[in-house]
Design a protein around this ligand. Structure first.
Ligand code: NDP
Ligand code: MG
Length: 379
C-alpha cells in the first residue's frame, strides 16, 4: 500500500489524482489532504478518503471545516504550518504537489528533506527553487516524478537512455486559446476568453498562463531543472492537437516521443505507479479519427511571455523568481479585470528590468524576491 499526501486536493490536478485513487484503493491510501479555502469540497474528500490529517490554508474556512468534520477522527491544520506538517508526516511516503504558485516552495523542500518522493505538478516551485530542490533530492535519494504532461512525456522518452546522449528536448505546446492571433486582436481579450482552452480543462491560473505562453516559459525552466540540460537544448514546438506530449532527440538524430489523448490522468497515474503502468479507464488514441498532427513555430513576438522566460533563465539566480512572481500577480489582476491581457508580459518585463539578480538565492531570499516583485506592481 502506497501512502500519499496531496497538497491542492480540491483543484484540477488534485481531484484527478483522487479519481485515480478511487480506481486503485487497494494499492493507494490517501493519508493527508490540503487545500486553500474550499471547506465543503475538502469535507467531502475527507469523508470519502478518510485521511489522518487535512489542512485548509485559510483560517476562517478552517474553523468551518473543523465544525463540519467534528464527528470524524481527523486532525485539522491550517496555514503554512499545516502544509509543512503534512510534508513531514511519517505516514506520507509520496507527496503530490498540486497547489498553484510559489506557496509550494517550502512544503516541497520540507518533504524532500524528510525523504518523500515528489509527484510534482506545482511547476512554480521548480522554476523559483530548482537550484535548491534538485541537489537536495539527489542528496536525499528521493525521486522527483513529473506530473506536468510534457515533462512526463520527456521522462518516458528518456527511459533506458543515457542523458549524456540527448541532443535536444522538443517541448510541445498547444499554442493556447489565442494561437494564430496577432497583437491588435489581443488588446480587448478578457479573462473569460482566455479561460476557454481548446484541449485541456485546468485551473484558472495555468489556463491564463497557456494563453500568454508563460506556461510554456515556466515549462522550459522546469525541463531544464528536471533533465539537467542546457537552455539552448530545449526547443518549443507548437503541436495544436496536443497529441504528442513532448519528444527527445538523441545524438544520432533519433527522436522518441510519447503520444496519447490530452488527459492529465495519464501522467498523474504514471507518476503514481512509476515504474509500473496500469490500465487506464479512459478512451485511447484512434489514429484514423485523428487523421493529422500538425506543427508550428511559436509566435514569440506576439506571445512575449515565452521569450522573457528564456531571458529570465539566462540571467539566472533570483530572476526566474521575479518572472514567476510578476506573472502570478499579473494573472490575478487580469482575472479581476484590473489589467488587460497584453499588460501581463509588460508587467513581467518591467519587474525583470528593475531587478538586481541575487546569485544562488536561499529560500528566504526567494521569498523576499517574491515580495519585492509584488511591491513593484502598482495598479
Ligand atoms: P487549481 O487552481 O485547479 O487548484 C489549486 C489547488 O491548490 C486547489 O486545491 C486549491 O484549494 C489549492 N490551494 C490554493 N492556494 C492554497 C494554499 N495557500 N494552501 C493550500 N492549498 C492551496 O490548480 P491546478 O490543479 O490547475 O494546478 C495546480 C498546479 O499544477 C499548478 O502549479 C499548475 O501549474 C500545475 N499543473 C496543472 C495542470 C492541469 O491540468 N491543471 C497541468 C500541469 C501542471 P481551493 O480549492 O480551496 O482553492
Ligand atoms: Mg504542461
Amino acid at each position: 500500500m502506497k501512502k500519499i499526501g496531496i497538497l491542492g486536493s480540491t483543484g484540477s490536478i488534485g481531484t484527478q489524482t483522487l479519481e485515480i485513487v478511487r480506481n486503485y484503493r487497494e494499492e493507494i491510501q490517501v493519508t493527508a489532504l490540503a487545500a486553500g479555502s474550499n471547506a465543503a469540497a475538502l469535507e467531502e474528500q475527507i469523508r470519502e478518503f478518510k485521511p489522518l490529517v487535512a489542512a485548509l490554508w485559510d483560517e476562517k474556512a478552517c474553523r468551518d471545516l473543523r465544525e463540519r468534520v467534528r464527528d470524524l477522527d481527523v486532525k485539522i491544520l491550517t496555514g503554512m504550518e499545516g502544509l509543512l506538517e503534512i510534508a513531514a508526516m511519517d505516514e506520507v511516503e509520496a507527496l503530490v504537489t498540486a497547489v498553484v504558485g510559489m506557496i509550494g516552495v517550502r512544503p516541497t523542500l520540507t518533504a524532500i528533506e524528510h525523504g518523500k518522493d515528489i509527484l510534482l505538478a506545482n511547476k512554480e516551485t521548480l522554476v523559483t527553487a530548482g537550484h535548491l530542490l534538485m541537489p537536495l533530492a539527489r542528496k536525499k535519494g528521493v525521486a522527483i516524478l513529473p506530473v506536468d504532461s510534457e515533462h512526463s512525456a520527456i521522462f518516458q522518452s528518456l527511459n533506458g537512455e543515457k542523458k549524456s546522449q540527448i541532443r535536444k528536448i522538443l517541448l510541445t505546446a498547444s499554442g493556447g486559446p489565442f494561437r494564430g492571433k496577432k497583437r491588435e486582436q489581443l488588446t480587448g481579450m478578457q479573462a473569460e476568453d482566455a479561460l476557454k482552452h481548446p484541449n485541456w480543462n485546468m485551473g484558472k491560473k495555468i489556463t491564463i498562463d497557456s494563453a500568454t505562453l508563460v506556461n510554456k516559459g515556466l515549462e522550459v525552466m522546469e525541463a531544464k531543472w528536471l533533465f539537467d540540460v542546457d537552455l539552448d537544448q530545449i526547443q518549443v514546438v507548437v503541436q495544436p492537437q496536443s497529441i504528442i506530449h513532448s519528444m527527445v532527440e538523441y545524438v544520432d538524430g533519433s527522436i522518441i516521443a510519447q503520444l496519447g489523448l490530452p488527459d492529465m490522468k495519464l501522467p498523474i497515474q504514471y507518476a503514481l505507479f512509476y515504474p509500473d503502468r496500469r490500465p487506464m479507464m479512459a478512451p485511447s488514441l484512434d489514429f484514423y479519427e485523428l487523421a493529422q498532427i500538425t506543427f508550428e513555430r511559436p509566435d514569440t513576438e506576439t506571445f512575449r511571455g515565452l521569450a522573457l522566460a528564456f531571458d529570465a533563465m539566462r540571467a539566472g539566480g533570483s530572476m526566474p523568481t521575479v518572472y514567476n512572481a510578476a506573472n502570478e500577480k499579473a494573472v490575478s489582476l487580469f482575472l479581476n479585470h484590473q489589467i488587460t491581457f497584453l499588460q501581463i508580459p509588460d508587467i513581467i518585463e518591467m519587474c525583470m528590468d528593475k531587478h538586481k539578480v541575487i546569485q544562488s538565492p536561499g529560500v528566504e531570499e526567494i521569498l523576499e524576491t517574491e515580495s519585492w516583485t509584488y511591491g513593484q506592481i502598482k495598479v
